[in-house]
Design a protein around this ligand. Structure first.
Ligand code: MN
Ligand code: MN
Length: 310
């Protein structure tokens, strides 16, 4: 991780800081997933009665998880990242193969749209699911972290890869737009953008798709990708730290592991590694933590940003 500072332009953050933020984005995804899984499908009022504020990685929830265990959000991201590291390049079929292997491993949870897409790949070799009005769930958006890291420094590549990975299971305009916005926010945050620049991504998204507006947040945290992003954006921009952002999101309940995962990847990238509470890092399943960190380093090493430096 030691780099010659001569490679780096004066106005950009140091290379090591960028790599640390990439790790934080991927760790943030896993932590948000593990933390939010406890309150998935609960209402804010139910959470308040039981926990006052849910703030510990304790497992449980409707999936009866062990403390620190993650769900499909992290597992599909790792399956995707593993395919890219194996191939050393973008590999849509490799990703589909890894999704299929993951589905066959009897995961603790799998979304219906993801299952349909993976089954269609298994039965027909289909790599692009046809457009479907019902595909506006958050299942493609939740696995954007490894795509953002792999394409770091090239937003055109990000756009293409985001849509290709999404369409393995989800084909809907709003899902596509969400995947792209999340990936862009993660990348720009890793590269050191400020809060206003991070918000600009949401302004562009809302300009194109007004339904994503999140002023006067109404509190819906469902798996509908519009509700999901409104929840994530609301808490990103009304809080001042990684911890505060994630606590806001997971205490909103609903699809809390997925809103947690998406908020975690953006807030992790934005606030950086030192902002992630150590108690959460320690509670996260340590095998998951190790693979997440290894993938983060490996994916960034393959990225256009890194290739330009060496
Ligand atoms: Mn999940
Ligand atoms: Mn979920």
């Amino acid at each position: 991780m030691v780099d010659d500072p001569g490679d780096i332009k004066d106005e950009t953050p140091a290379t090591s800081e960028i790599i640390a933020k990439a790790r934080a984005a991927y760790l943030g995804l896993a932590i948000g997933d593990a933390l939010g899984a406890t309150t998935e499908f609960m209402t804010p009022a139910e959470i308040k009665v039981i926990y006052e504020v849910h703030r510990k990685i304790i497992g449980g929830g409707w999936l009866h998880l062990k403390p620190g265990q993650v769900t499909d959000d992290t597992e599909m991201s790792l399956a995707l990242g593993r395919a890219l590291l194996t191939a050393g390049k973008w590999d849509r079929k490799g990703i589909a193969d890894n999704f299929l292997a993951w589905m066959k491993s009897k995961p603790v949870d799998i979304g219906a749209t993801c299952r349909r897409g993976i089954r269609d790949y298994m039965l027909k070799g289909q790599l692009e699911t046809p457009y479907n009005d019902w595909d506006a769930g958050n299942g493609a958006a939740m696995r954007m972290a490894p795509v953002a890291l792999f394409t770091l420094g090239d937003e055109a590549a990000l756009a293409q890869c985001a849509i290709e990975q999404a369409h393995l299971t989800h084909n809907h305009t709003l899902s596509d737009a969400a995947c792209l916005a999340i990936g862009t926010m993660v990348q720009r945050a890793i590269l050191g953008c400020n809060r206003f620049e991070l918000h600009e991504v949401t302004r562009e998204l809302v300009a194109d798709y007004y339904s994503f507006r999140f002023n006067n947040y109404r509190g819906n945290a469902s798996a509908y990708v519009v509700d999901t992003l409104q929840t994530v954006f609301n808490f990103i921009f009304t809080t001042g730290s990684f911890e505060e952002c994630l606590l806001g999101v997971v205490n909103q309940g609903g699809d809390a592991d997925t809103t947690g995962a998406i908020a975690g990847m953006i807030a992790g990238a934005f606030y950086g590694l030192d902002a992630i509470p150590v108690r959460w890092l320690k509670k996260l399943n340590q095998n998951v933590r190790a693979e997440v960190e290894n993938q983060a380093l490996g994916l960034v090493a393959l990225s256009p940003w890194r290739q330009r430096q060496v």
